[in-house]
Each structure stands twice: as structure tokens, then as C-alpha cells.
Design a protein around this ligand. Sequence first.
Ligand SMILES: Cc1ncc(COP(=O)(O)O)c(C=O)c1O
Length: 439
Amino acid sequence: MSLSLRGNKAADSILRFDLETFFEAVQNLYHKEFNPDGTFPLNVAENKLCWTELKTKMQEITAREPIPDWVSRYTSAMGHHTVRQVIANFLSRHLTGCPMNPDNIGMSAGATSVIEMTSMVLGDPGDVAVFPAPCYPVYKADIGHKAGVERYDLITHHELSEIQNGPALQISHLEKTLEDIHSQGKRFRFLVLTTPDNPTGGAFDFDQLITIADWCIKKGIHLIVNEIYGLSLIDTSHPDLREDYPNHPKFKSFANIMAEKQSDFLHLWYAFSKDFGASGFRIGLVYSHNKKFLKAYGNFNAPNMVSNYTQWVFERVLKDDDFITHYIKTNQQRLTESYATAIQVFRELDIPYIPAVGSLFIWIDLSEFLNDQTQAAENEFWLELYRKTGILLTPGEGFGHSKKGQFRVVYPCVPLEDLKVALGRFKDFVNMRRNIAVI
Ligand SMILES: Cc1ncc(COP(=O)(O)O)c(C=O)c1O
């Protein structure tokens, strides 16, 4: 055996169930002129709608400004102090609406690293972290690989209709989960909420968050809120969409609750990967008032630091507040336009979906097409859809939910014009499957 036990286990496992098919799909991407029969991989959480604007801004900066000397040196493992100051100002002005202290920020190479480092600091091997289902599949690897923390998928509902107005998590669910984990002789160490959520796009109501925060503090359980989609918001007053939002909470940052409670048990995650369509830059951060947590985080973080050049480029971009304000607005307009286009098709076809307040996703229910309600049937259908239409959705497997046949659509990872072609193919497929002749 040439590898460690750990290495062998990693070599024998798969990173993501849909990765192989994704790599196949990207070899044959749709192009209006050159490959009209090509594929649409709508399964990876990327926003490509505003990269041109961000790229132009970065090119202007890097062509014009001299690189400061600190970029070439070792700097704080938590991020360079000027960068953290600029990020604190940015967060305060655009995401949280409350003062943010740069000393409470720890930066790592993307949210993935932040999740891993946080798990290392908070959890021991065998401890349990709880996630309301359905939930981002990769959390399992991020909390498990190094820290050895186990993922618990908390089921709060079965049908999409039960979470039309946002996540259904209540204290009774948490009490029951705590009991269940205790009965297994384990420790409920932290709860992770993603808002807006991946994959449902729902946002936690602010009062609901306060209640959950109070419960966690009382029980000595850490509560971490991941706001990685906090600026990827849908315009819920859009005339074609507003009927879907009769009673929806508006997104309001958890940082406000942290500021009020000043508790060692409350933490926030953010990254520039999604709201800025910049997943390749690898910039994520944790925000916490817990000084001991931050000290430990800094001592673990050296292998996960964000490159200083990347920090500098982003610092310069974030400093131009007019650009940022315009960028966020444009991004939200484009997200809304693409989202509304997709929703129109799902409504027309009577496909159940959850109205998203934000994120890059639409969570849909295609269970009517499954031969039976099993994981195997779900995977079979997912592949059939891809083989017949070239559309690759994110499969439900790994999201940890009880109902089979639910899939995630990543709508901003292709331009709107291409999305329309994909939706046209989807429509034909659904009609064909329902035995309705395509005219
Ligand atoms: C909820 C959530 N957290 C974390 C990540 C990972 O982000 P990053 O690319 O910054 O590591 C993702 C990516 O899809 C995500 O959806």
C-alpha cells in the first residue's frame, strides 16, 4: 500500500457524483453557430453573467497601478490588514448594513477552505454538524476530510409546497435532532444555515434566525450562517414574479444578530465566489466575535491563505465603491431576468419549484418522471434527461433529502440566450415524456 489509509480512502472515492458526466458535457458545449446540438451543463454553481465587467475592471487596475511590495512577502495568515479593512467596509456597506470589525475576519482560499478550517477549530472527530435538508452536498467533504466532523441532514419537510415561503426549520426540529444525536452517544457541535439557500434559494426570516441563535447559545451549540449568496438576490417585485412572493422574508444579514448578541457561539461565512462570479480567485472569509476561535483559526490557516496578489487585486476592485454598487445592481438585474425566463417555462409546464429569494438556483421537482421513488430511479432519470437533451442538472443525490426526483438548475452559468435554447429543449422533453405531441 503506497498511500496512507487516508490517501487510499480518497483515491477510492469520488469527489462529486456528477463530475464525470460534467467533464464529458464540457467537451461538447452548445454554441449557436459552431455546435448547435451541444450540451448545457447547468449543474455547477457558477455565475457567468458579469465576468466581462469584472475582468475589464481588473485589467484596468493591473495595467495602471504598481504592485505594492507587501504582495511578495509573508503576511498575516488571516489576510493582509489593509485588505481586511477594505473587506470590512465592503461587507458593512453592501451585505450586512452594520459596522464590521476587520480584526474579526479570517480569510482563506475560498469558502471551501473556510468551512474546513472552521470545522477544524470547532469540532473533534466524531462530532456532528447539522444541516437542514436539502443542502449543498460538498459540506460533507469539507467538514469531514480533515476535521472528521460528521454531517447530519435534518429533514424538516417532504414536499416542495411546504417550504414555498422559505426554510421551515423550527426549534422543535432542533430539539428532536439534539435528542437523536445524543442517543447515538455523539455531540451536536454546530448548525450550519445557508441563506439564501443552496439549493432552494429560500432566505431565513430574521426573527427565525434570532430564535435559532438564542437556542444555540443556550445549548452551547455553534451556529454558523453561510451568506455566500447574500448579494445574489432576485428582484421579488418583478411584475412576472411577484405573485410568487406573497409572504416572503427579505434577506437580512446574520451579522446584525451577531453584533447584538456578541456571543462566542455565532459565526458568519462569506466568499466572493458566487456574488462576484469569481470562484477561481479563491477568496472566502469567516467573521466571528470569538477571539479564541480567531486565534486558533489563524494558527491553522497558513496552508489555506489567499495569495497576496489576489488579495491586492480584489482590494483595489472593492475600493471603487461606485463600480461595486453598479456591479451588484447589474448582476441582480441579470440574475432576475434569467431566473424569470426559466420560471416562466416551469410554470407553463406545471413543474413544481421553490420561489428563490436569491442564490444561483431553482430547485425543481421532477418526481413525476421517475419509474419508482428510489435513488437509482432518480439517477437513471437524471442521465436520461442529459442523454436526450444535453441538459445536465445537479442530481439530487448528496443533498440529503428524503423525496426523490428533486433537481437543482443553475440558471446563470450560461448566457440568457443559451438558457432559452436549453429551456426549449427541456420543454420538448417534458412534453415528449408526458406523451404530448410536440407541434
Ligand atoms: C453554500 C456553499 N458554500 C460553499 C461553497 C464553496 O465555495 P468556494 O468556491 O468559495 O469554495 C459553495 C459552492 O458551491 C456553496 O454553494
